[in-house]
Each structure stands twice: as C-alpha cells, then as structure tokens.
Write a protein that binds this ligand. Structure first.
Ligand code: NAD
Length: 481
C-alpha cells in the first residue's frame, strides 16, 4: 500500500485530521511515491500551538547553545548529502548532479545560520546626551511560517527555517505538495541534531494549509517562495492579518550577449541556465537577447549544443535534462510551444520531437525559438520549462530596454569582455540578481536574495543580513545613570 505521509508536529509524526490526499509522483517514471495529506486549518492550528509553546523555552535558550544545534545539524546534513540529493532527484526529477549542488546550497544556509551569536548582536551608543546611553537588542519575532515551491525542495526550505530557528523563532513549514518527501527527512535530522520538540514543525497540504497560515493570529511572519499570482495573494492576505511577509515570486530572466562575448563559455552557460533543472529554476535563462552580429553564430551554436543534451531519468549517470514536474505542466509547456509557432516565432528546435517526450515520464526536450518579439506570450509569460526564446537587437541599450519591459525582474545576465558594457548593464537593468559571464546568478546564503518588480513582494529579502532582520525584531533601551 502506498504510504500516506504524516505531519511533523512536536517532534512526532501526527496523521492529518483530513483523509483527503494527493499523489506524489516520481516525474521521471510516473510512479506514485507516496500520498500527501491535504491537511486542514485544524492541523495548522495544532502545529502553531505546539510551536507557540516551544517558543517560550527556545527563544530564551542562549544563542550559542542554539547555534551548537545548527553546527550538529550541518554535520548531519553533510553526512546524509547523497541520500538527500537522491530524494531531491526522486521527487523533483532534476539530475543527481544538480540535486547534489542544491543540497550544498541548503547546507550553506545552515552554516550561515550557525553564526547566530554574531548575527544577533545589537548596537550601543554610550552617550546620546550627557549621562544618557542608548542600546539596541535583537529578539525573535515568534512563530514563523514558511511556504515553499516544488523546484528546490532543499535549498528554498533552507533559506527559511535554519536562520529563523537560529534567531530563536519556532517554525511551521508547508512544503510543496508536489515535493514533500525531502522536508520530512530535514525534520528528522534536525531532531537528531538535538533540536527540542516543537521548534520545527511541518504541515503538509495545499491551499487550505496556506490559508490557515495566512489567517492564523499566532503566526508573526510568513516567508513564501512560489509563482507570482500566489506570491501576491500571500503578501496581501498575510499583511492584512498583521504579519510581516516576504514573498519571492516568478521570473522571466534575460541574458544579453554582446558581439565581444567569449562564445564557447556563453553557449555552455546559457545551455545550462535554460535547460538545466528542466528550466524549472527561478534563475533560469528564459530569453537570450543577441546584440548585433553575434546573433547568427550564437543561434547555430546553441542549437548544436541543445542537440547534444542527454534527456532521461536524472538518477542515471550522464543525464542532463530530466522531466518537468507533472503531466499537467508538460501539457502547459506543449501549449506554449504551439502558441509560439502561432505568434510567428521561428521554432529552431522542437522539444516535442525528442524520443523521451513520447514515452513514460513528463519529458519535454530542449526547445528553442528565434525571432521572438516583445509582446508575444512566449516572451511575456513565465513558462518554467526547457523552452528558450531568442530575440535580436542592435545595441546594448535596446537589449536592456527589452528586458526592462518584462513585468518580472528576478535576474539578468550579460556576456561580454568589456567593462564599460558591464557598468552600463549594472546601472540600467531592472533585476535583483545580476550575472556577468555566467548563466545562473545563484542565491548565496550570506547575501540577501530577491528580485524586483513582480518577482518580489515585501521589503526584506531572503538570506544574509536581510534574513536576520526579517526573523528578528528590535528593542531600544535608553538609560540614564
Ligand atoms: P506555486 O505558486 O504553484 O506553489 C508555491 C506554494 O504555494 C506551494 O506550497 C503551493 O502549495 C502553494 N499554492 C499554490 N497555489 C496556491 C493557491 N492558489 N493558494 C494558496 N497556496 C497556493 O509555485 P510552484 O509551481 O511550486 O513553484 C514554481 C514557481 O516558484 C515559479 O513561478 C518560480 O519562478 C517560483 N520560484 C521563485 C523563486 C524566487 O526566488 N523568486 C525561487 C523558486 C521558485
């Protein structure tokens, strides 16, 4: 019988109050791996009350002691690195080497969080006036909730709970219902590291759990990562309920290629950024903007390289491109390929024709459109699949102008050997994460990370010192002695 997952509440596996479930698939084989419960608001409330109770002791646990649990957790994650990477590939479909790299990004978040004694420090000014001193102290905010997407089950979860917990908060996480398995393992290992019961909790499910979180009076802050419409909804609803919110949203990232770019490097980076993780990255390259005479040679090299991509089960050696997450997502992607053709874009490589796209598993081969214009649906919408659009312009100004017309502004890259191009790009492009001569400006645990415009709702970004600000509140004390 297929296993029904349970919620992790108070350091134990607790069945959901609901009997409704959804299938969790291996997207490479269509095999059902488990059933995820569609938990209820009552399940959320049980987790929140447990976290609220645990907050009393955890928030008062000396910071170096909290930090020691994070150090132990880091070691356990390193010890289980391969197991965790296999779980990511199993439920998400990305290649094992991509999954291995993702686990590294997650571990780095735990390493950053283990610096809590330094990160939590306040500030003092000994004389704001004669005999008057002032100081700022940092405290946790309370019960924090995290809602995650399917595409980085390890990394995105680790942007949230390790730092929040190191700062003294307790946590309720709602993992993506499409990739819930890894989260459970993260919880077990945290307990093994010595985390007290109730500090980290998981409630599995979909909309009802999200709404239960957004409306819950005992949750102080919500971190969300997912698609744009849901991010906007989460931001507005949670703010209306008096919570601080950071909601990281969708993307349509442009990579600009100048005529002086190192073409071999550029092609290698773009192929990885467009088709790695099946294009299901918020930092994926969705649009290449070829400037001037580089266009024709770049396009032919991209198609050549795309033809060499190995497609299949990410668990097997040598596979680069795994499946997309679900059959419904594959259907949606195929519709976009139809739309692109109808809009008049030039279909240079059709991923519907790859053998893997015909068989079992939710595979779509690498797809490349040329002559894509601003205003086409395939330029405008986040497809979130291995579909790359190429647009052609004459100057860097035009390239930046095109990218800036997108409603999204998560990341953008430039390929060039010219420093003044880099400066012009940096100063004029709308995007939160920039890359120069690389395809994926990946988020790092120790720097703040987020996009601009419709790619982000909130003030304080994820990770780095912004993360510390988000998960703490400040108290000022002015004293006369
Ligand atoms: P999604 O928005 O469908 O789901 C994200 C979370 O929201 C899930 O936990 C899901 O259960 C919940 N959810 C979905 N629909 C909901 C609804 N109507 N009401 C309430 N809750 C709902 O996103 P996804 O498909 O899992 O992930 C892909 C998206 O995430 C892409 O748009 C991608 O760009 C984005 N993403 C952004 C970043 C970033 O840093 N900006 C990082 C990773 C992924």
């Amino acid at each position: 019988m297929t296993q029904v997952l349970k919620n992790w509440i108070g350091g134990a596996w607790i069945p959901s109050a609901s009997s409704a479930t959804e299938n969790v698939y291996n997207p490479a084989t269509e095999e059902i791996l488990a059933l995820v419960p569609l938990s209820t608001k009552e399940d959320v409330d049980l987790a929140v009350q447990t976290a609220k109770e645990a907050f009393k002791a955890w928030s008062r646990t000396p910071v170096p002691r909290r930090s020691r649990v994070l150090f132990k957790y880091q070691q356990l994650l390193v010890d289980h690195w391969e197991e965790l990477a296999r779980l990511v590939t199993l439920e998400n479909g990305k290649s094992y080497s991509e999954a291995y790299g993702e686990v590294q990004r997650g571990i780095e978040c735990v390493e950053f969080a283990a610096g809590a004694p330094t990160l939590m420090m306040g500030k003092q000014l000994p004389d704001i006036a004669s005999n008057l001193e002032s100081g700022m102290y940092r405290y946790p905010v309370g019960v924090v909730a995290g809602i995650t997407p399917f595409n980085f089950p390890m990394m995105v979860a680790c942007w949230m709970f390790p730092l929040a917990i190191a700062c003294g908060n307790t946590f309720v996480m709602k993992p993506s219902e499409r990739t819930p398995l890894l989260a459970n393992r993260l919880a077990e290992l945290f307990q093994e590291a010595g985390l007290p019961e109730g500090v980290f909790n998981i409630v599995h499910g979909a909309h009802d759990v999200v709404n239960g979180i957004l409306e819950h009076k005992d949750i102080s802050a919500v971190s969300f990562v997912g698609s744009q419409p849901v991010a906007e909804y989460v931001y507005k609803t949670a703010s209306n309920h008096g919570k601080r919110v950071q909601a990281l949203a969708g993307a349509k990232n442009h990579s600009i290629v100048m005529p002086d770019a190192d073409l071999d490097l550029t092609v290698k980076e773009i192929i990885n950024a467009a088709f790695g993780s099946a294009g299901e990255r918020c930092m994926a390259c969705a649009v290449v903007v070829a400037v001037g005479e580089v266009g024709d040679i770049l396009v032919s090299k991209l198609v050549e390289a795309a033809n060499r991509i190995t497609i299949g089960n990410g668990m097997e050696d040598g596979i680069f491109l795994g499946p997309v997450i679900r059959g419904s997502h594959k259907e949606r992607t195929l519709k976009y390929i139809d739309i692109g053709e109808k809009e008049g874009a030039l279909l240079l490589r059709d991923g519907r024709n790859d053998a893997a796209a015909e068989g079992t598993g939710y595979f779509v081969g690498p797809t490349i459109f040329d002559s894509v214009q601003c205003g086409m649906k395939i330029w405008e919408d986040e497809i979130f699949a291995p579909v790359l659009s190429i647009a052609r312009v004459d100057t860097l100004e035009e390239a930046v102008e095109l990218a800036n017309r997108s409603e999204f502004a998560n990341g953008a890259c430039l390929f060039t050997q010219n420093g003044s191009h880099v400066r012009q790009f940096r100063e004029t492009i709308d995007a939160g994460m920039l890359g120069v001569n690389l395809g994926v400006p990946a988020p790092m645990a120790f720097f703040p990370f987020s996009g601009w415009k419709k790619s982000f709702y909130g003030d304080l970004h994820a990770n780095g010192t912004d993360g510390v600000e988000f998960y703490t509140r400040k108290k000022m004390i002015t004293s006369r002695w």
